[in-house]
Design a protein around this ligand. Structure first.
Ligand SMILES: *Cc1c(COP(=O)(O)O)cnc(C)c1O
Length: 348
C-alpha cells in the first residue's frame, strides 16, 4: 500500500486471500462469510460485493437491518442468514432468519408457511439457539418444514485443547445426525480445529479481516493518523487532561487527530505506541476524544502522519495492550477516518 494516504486503508485483496485460505482449510465445506457489524467495521458495502465476486454465496449477519442493507448488493443466488433471528415487525423478505427459540418459530410460522428459515441449536454456549429440550420437542415439526441449515456455534474454538470443543461436536452430532439438512458449526476458530468440525458450510468472520485466531491471516487494515500540530515544550510542561504526563526535559510534542471517539481505547493512555516508518513513537498523556499527544523528540523530521495499525503493530497487538480482542478494535474503528479501499484486483 502506498504510504502517502492518511486514514484507514482496507486491503480487499488481502481480505479475499484470507477468505480463500480459510476456504482451503475446509475443502469439503462451502465457505460462507460473516459480515455482521458492517463487516467487522470495515464496510459491508465494499466487502460484501467483493466476497460475492470471489464466490461467496452464504452470508451471515446478526440483525435483520444488516441483512436489508446488503440484500440490494447481492444477486438472487446469494443467501443472507440473520443469526439472531427476526424480531417482531422485521421485514425478512429475501433473508433467511435463524430460529433460536420456540417463540421465533411460532412467529415465523404465523408469517406464512413457505418462508425460508434456518435453525440454531444450543450445544453448550447458552447464548442463542434452541435448548436441547426445545429442539427435541420441535424437531420433527421443524424438519418437516424444511430448514435451509442446521447450525450451532462453538464458544472455545480459539483454544484448540479446550474440552468444550469435543463436547459441542458430540452434542451437535447427537442432535443432528440423520437429519438430511445441510449443517454448519465452525467459525474462524472451528475451521482451524480440523475437518471434523467443518460439516457443509463454514462461517468465517474475524479471520477474513486479518484477526486472531487465524495466525496465517494477512493484515487487511492499516491506520495512519495525521499530525495536526507539533511544538517544543519545556521541562515541567504538563501534557493533556489530568496532567497525567509531565515533560522531564525539553520535548517536542505532536498532536494527532484521532481519539477514543475514533475507536482508539482511552485505556491505552500512557502505553500506546505509534510508528514512523520502523521507529516507535510513544504517546504521552491521556487519549482524549479527538486527539492523542505523542513524544516526537527523537524524530529528525516531523512526518505528516504516524501509523497506529500496520506492519509494526497489528490489530491484535493493539487489542492486547488495551486488554481486549482484535474483534473489538476492528468493530470500534470510527466513521470519521478517511477510508481508502485497495481493490481485490490490486488497484485503488
Ligand atoms: C460472529 C459469529 C461468527 C463468526 O465468528 P468469527 O470468530 O469472527 O469467525 C460465526 N457464527 C456466529 C453464530 C457468530 O455469531
Amino acid at each position: 500500500m502506498a504510504q502517502d494516504f492518511i486514514g484507514l486503508s482496507i486491503d480487499l485483496g488481502a481480505l479475499m486471500r484470507n477468505w480463500a485460505a480459510l476456504a482451503a482449510h475446509a475443502p469439503s465445506a462451502k465457505a460462507g462469510a460473516v459480515v455482521k457489524a458492517d463487516a467487522y467495521g470495515l464496510g459491508a458495502d465494499q466487502v460484501v460485493p467483493a466476497l460475492y465476486a470471489a464466490g461467496v454465496r452464504n452470508f451471515f449477519v446478526a440483525q435483520t437491518s444488516e441483512g436489508r442493507a446488503i440484500r440490494p448488493l447481492l444477486a438472487d443466488d446469494a443467501r443472507i442468514f440473520i443469526l439472531e433471528g427476526a424480531r417482531p415487525g422485521d421485514d425478512v423478505a429475501g433473508l433467511i432468519p435463524v430460529i433460536n427459540s420456540p417463540e421465533q418459530w411460532f412467529r415465523h410460522q404465523a408469517g406464512g408457511p413457505t418462508r425460508p428459515f434456518a435453525v440454531q441449536i444450543d450445544t453448550g454456549m447458552s447464548r442463542l439457539g434452541l435448548a436441547p429440550d426445545d429442539w427435541a420437542a420441535l424437531r420433527s415439526e421443524l424438519l418437516a418444514a424444511g430448514p435451509a441449515l442446521l447450525m450451532s456455534h462453538l464458544y472455545c474454538a480459539d483454544e484448540p485443547d479446550h474440552p468444550a470443543n469435543t463436547r459441542q461436536l458430540a452434542a451437535f452430532h447427537a442432535m443432528t445426525d440423520g437429519c438430511d439438512v445441510p449443517r454448519s458449526l465452525a467459525a474462524t476458530g472451528g475451521i482451524l480445529l480440523g475437518a471434523d468440525y467443518h460439516f457443509d458450510i463454514v462461517r468465517p468472520g474475524v479471520g477474513l479481516y486479518g484477526g486472531q485466531p487465524f495466525a496465517g491471516a494477512e493484515p487487511v487494515v492499516r491506520l495512519d493518523i495525521p499530525i495536526i500540530q507539533s511544538r517544543w515544550v519545556e521541562a515541567g510542561a504538563e501534557i493533556g487532561y489530568g496532567a497525567s504526563f509531565t515533560a522531564d526535559r525539553r520535548m517536542r510534542i505532536a498532536t494527532l487527530g484521532a481519539g477514543y471517539a475514533d475507536g482508539l481505547p482511552r485505556v491505552l493512555g500512557g502505553r500506546l505506541r505509534l510508528w514512523s516508518g520502523g521507529q516507535a513513537v510513544p504517546a504521552v498523556g491521556r487519549v482524549s476524544m479527538d486527539a492523542i499527544t505523542a513524544d516526537v523528540t527523537a524524530l529528525e523530521d516531523i512526518p505528516a502522519a504516524l501509523e497506529i495499525i500496520g506492519k509494526n503493530q497489528s490489530v491484535d497487538d493493539l487489542a492486547e495492550q488495551a486488554g481486549t480482542i482484535g474483534y473489538e478494535i476492528l468493530t470500534s474503528l470510527g466513521r470519521r477516518y478517511p477510508r481508502r479501499y485497495l481493490s481485490a484486483d490490486g488497484g485503488d
